[in-house]
Design a protein around this ligand. Structure first.
Ligand SMILES: [Zn+2]
Ligand SMILES: [Zn+2]
Length: 182
């Protein structure tokens, strides 16, 4: 990950947790926290490990300001509490980074099967390919190479990949009607 943590979970526990106000573990594996973005007495902020990084939501600010503004306001307030900036990915930046990485894989040469596996790994939040059991689990996952090798499974991908393809700009070749860049 950009901040040097191995996984979003490590980032949350090692980099972010020390700066949270009165964190209480939640059933989902994250924390319910006193929000720094407004006067808070009710632990309005939930923060947890997402697929590609730490994710946060101040429910009070979201209700008042809407999701987009909440994300940036709450992020700024967390940074004000000394949470490292690079541990709080801005969704738009993340999407751009992901698009660039996928572009690199799609147009970078190498076998298509290997490319699919690398993209599947990216979607699961890995930087590069994991090893051993994690790689085996990835290959057996719905978005893994089991699918990559069986092109019959390709219809699973269009929803996720059509927006990525749209953001990746003009492509050299596209599978007709699917938006999948080949
Ligand atoms: Zn981190
Ligand atoms: Zn708030």
């Amino acid at each position: 990950m950009r901040c040097g943590a191995r996984t979003p979970r490590d980032c949350l526990e090692d980099h972010v947790w020390p700066y949270l106000r009165e964190p209480k573990p939640t059933a989902g594996g994250g924390y319910s926290v006193l929000a720094p973005c407004h006067e808070d007495t009710t632990h309005s902020l939930t923060i947890s490990a997402g697929v590609r990084g730490v994710v946060w939501c101040c429910h009070a600010c979201k209700a008042r300001l809407g999701k987009e503004l909440m994300l940036t306001r709450t992020r700024q307030a967390l940074i004000g509490d000394h949470v490292p900036e690079r541990c709080l990915p801005i969704p738009a930046d993340e999407a751009r980074d992901l698009t660039e990485e996928i572009r690199g894989i799609v147009f970078g040469g190498g076998s298509r099967a290997h490319g699919w596996l690398r993209i599947a790994a990216l979607m699961q939040g890995y930087d590069g390919l994991p090893g051993g059991e994690e790689l085996a689990a990835l290959a057996e996952s719905p978005s893994g190479t089991g699918c990559a090798f069986a092109l019959a499974c390709v219809p699973i991908f269009p929803v996720r990949f059509s927006w990525l393809a749209a953001r990746a700009g003009p492509s050299r070749d596209q599978r007709p009607g699917t938006g999948i860049v080949l």
